[in-house]
Design a protein around this ligand. Structure first.
Ligand SMILES: NC(=O)c1ccc[n+]([C@@H]2O[C@H](COP(=O)([O-])OP(=O)(O)OC[C@H]3O[C@@H](n4cnc5c(N)ncnc54)[C@H](OP(=O)(O)O)[C@@H]3O)[C@@H](O)[C@H]2O)c1
Length: 333
């Protein structure tokens, strides 16, 4: 029997990377190396219990990456903008006067460059998959310049092309759609019941605007595996299970939960005392960018959609995703 190929996964204990592990775990022609900063965490030990090789590595410590990437045929890399932002906020880190989101983004870019430079030195590598998002400043022609969680990831993709041209020939980009789980886990997005018991989804995104929706913990792996196994490199995939309006997403939530639900459109310039100002600007500009220029950058001719794949994955619906959720937690029973 031919020897197994090796996929190395950064973020294997998280949503996207965990789904990539799941997708390759059932394929006997692949073995998996899951990278984590903490091999003794519950999620890492759960991976080890499934016979996944777990290796300690940290994008903040570039010297840990060569051994972690050794012999890889494929590498998947994801970065965690919101995790960085949250931990810097908690530490009260000195940003030298920079807005915290820009500071977090610059750190995220440093991490991604470390992973890219290390991947470029792996002689066995055939495919590099970078989890990324579209370049808001570029595609909005300079109109929206504060969507750092998009722009920074796009700068990392551009870095592969410019600084590591050989790695670029092995690279495909994976753009995850908007996470359905945000409306379950994120206190700023979660619906709130009004006095009549109606679940209200407050959002600066218009209710009738269509956007790509993804369950990253369930869907990412099927897309990433398709990019690695079925497709030539050079793809830029916007990955989603449904392309739907916010209102359609809320209808799916209503059907799944049995709770009457509605969208409450919040004007972009309305104050929001729950968010630090820099974050409000980033999110408001983000939603405006999506509407005017597309979440995936609709003018970018390189973008492909799931239907363009040789074997588009068969995914569940938004309603099926919400049927699995614990609504008592969402509504704080
Ligand atoms: N919310 C949305 O709708 C949306 C949509 C598209 C894209 N995104 C992007 O998705 C990203 C988060 O992805 P996710 O939800 O899959 O992640 P996640 O579940 O939050 O997990 C983060 C993963 O990154 C790993 N990690 C963090 N810092 C690391 C480091 N320094 N070195 C190595 N590994 C590190 C963690 O591993 P250990 O803790 O085990 O080390 C963990 O597995 C964010 O950047 C966000 O901008 C979000």
């Amino acid at each position: 029997m031919a020897s197994k190929k090796l996929i190395v996964v950064i973020g294997a204990t998280g949503n996207q990377g965990g789904s990539v592990v799941d997708a390759f775990h059932t394929d006997p022609s692949w073995k998996i190396r899951a990278l984590t900063r903490n091999p003794s965490s519950a999620k890492a030990t759960a991976l080890a219990a499934r016979d996944v090789e777990v290796v300690k590595a940290d994008m903040d410590d570039p010297s840990s990456l060569p051994a972690a990437f050794k012999d890889a045929n494929a590498i998947f890399v994801v970065s965690d903008f919101w995790g960085l932002y949250g931990s810097f906020a908690q530490q009260g880190v000195d940003t030298g006067g920079k807005p915290l989101n820009l500071f977090a983004g610059e750190h995220e870019l440093q991490q991604l460059k470390a992973a890219i430079d290390a991947a470029a030195k792996v002689p066995t590598l055939e495919r590099f998959i970078l989890s990324t998002l579209s370049a808001a400043t570029k595609w909005s022609k300079g109109k929206y310049t504060h969507v750092y969680h998009f722009d920074i990831k796009a700068q990392a993709s551009a870095y592969v092309k410019e600084a590591q041209p050989e790695l670029w020939t092995k690279t495909s980009l994976f753009q995850p759609g908007f996470f359905l789980s945000g409306y379950v886990l994120n206190p700023n997005l979660r619906p709130r019941k009004n006095a009549d018991g109606v679940a209200q989804f407050f959002n600066t995104m218009r209710g009738d605007f269509k956007t790509p929706w993804l369950a990253p913990e369930e869907d990412s792996g099927a897309f990433v595996k398709a990019l690695i196994v079925d497709e030539a490199p050079g793809k830029n995939l916007i990955a989603y299970r449904e392309w739907a309006t916010l209102r359609e997403m809320v209808q799916a939530f209503e059907k799944a939960s049995g709770v009457k639900s509605e969208v409450v459109e919040v004007p972009v310039d309305a104050p929001n005392e729950h968010l630090p100002l820099e974050l409000k600007i980033e999110l408001d500009e983000g939603y405006s960018y999506w509407e005017e220029f597309g979440y995936e950058a609709r003018d970018d001719p390189t973008v492909i959609h799931p239907k363009d794949l040789k074997h588009p994955p068969k995914l569940e619906t938004m309603e099926q995703f919400y049927r699995k959720q614990d609504f008592s937690k969402i509504f704080g029973a």
